[in-house]
Design a protein around this ligand. Structure first.
Ligand code: PLP
Length: 219
């Protein structure tokens, strides 16, 4: 399992990095650990993975407080949709919240950040495929929304994130996300999953989120 899958993935990351002038010097690998039990996560930590992504606040609250206490260097990312009634819990637990995607959520985050001493880094999720079932701000609204979050609410926005449509080429979505990051001066670009992380790296991802390729298919 992980001890077998991880080294070849690192090789593929380095090759993709070396093959493109757009590639970032530093690529953060976030292990998407939704549905994985403690033994799988421990194996990933033992293999050297230092960042993890969870989709649901409730699942993360069961899994992560003990793991974080045992491994203080781990950075925990929220990569799934965030409901406003879970904002305080998310701020308390996560180091990075990647799915800021609407004004109501941004406002709730700004209030939670004023009340708590913890200040997670925030990314804006962009719905690059404009899919109605997916979260994320529409691409044409992204610039205004980023300005609102940063300038009006003073939120610590550091990057953008996307989950492109399945079964279509992802490169145009990665290019769109990268352009939004660049023109807004945001340094982090979280894009690329098991099927397309090399494409994402060649298009300038600073962070990739890998689940199945690391852990195997989810049950
Ligand atoms: C599950 C998930 C991933 C990882 O997907 P894989 O295809 O298993 O690599 C990445 N990002 C998000 C938002 C996810 O929900």
């Amino acid at each position: 399992m992980l001890t077998a899958t991880f080294p070849p993935i690192l090789t593929r990351i380095h090759r993709a990095q070396a093959s493109s002038s757009l590639a970032s010097d530093h690529i953060r690998l976030v292990a998407a650990s939704k549905g994985q039990g403690l033994s799988q996560v421990e194996a990933a930590i033992a293999a050297g993975i230092t960042a993890f992504g969870e989709n649901r606040v409730q699942e993360a609250e069961h899994k992560w407080p003990a793991l974080k206490a045992a491994h203080p260097a781990i950075r925990l990312h929220l990569i799934g949709p965030l409901q406003t009634n879970k904002v305080a819990d998310a701020v308390a637990l996560f180091d990075v919240i990647e799915t800021v995607d609407r004004p109501k959520l941004a406002l709730a985050l700004s209030e939670a950040l004023m009340r708590q001493a913890k200040h997670p880094t925030l990314y804006i999720q962009v719905n690059t495929g404009e899919e109605s079932q997916k979260s994320g701000i529409a691409p044409k609204e992204a610039d205004d929304f980023i300005r609102y979050c940063r300038d009006t609410l003073h939120l610590p926005i550091r990057g953008v994130m996307c989950v492109p449509p399945v079964d279509f080429p992802t490169a145009p979505h990665f290019a769109l996300l990268r352009a939004i990051a660049l023109r807004n001066g945001l340094e982090e670009c979280s894009m690329g999953m098991s099927e397309d992380f090399e494409t994402a790296i060649r298009m300038g991802a600073t962070e990739i989120r890998l689940g199945r390729i690391l852990f195997g298919e989810r049950a």
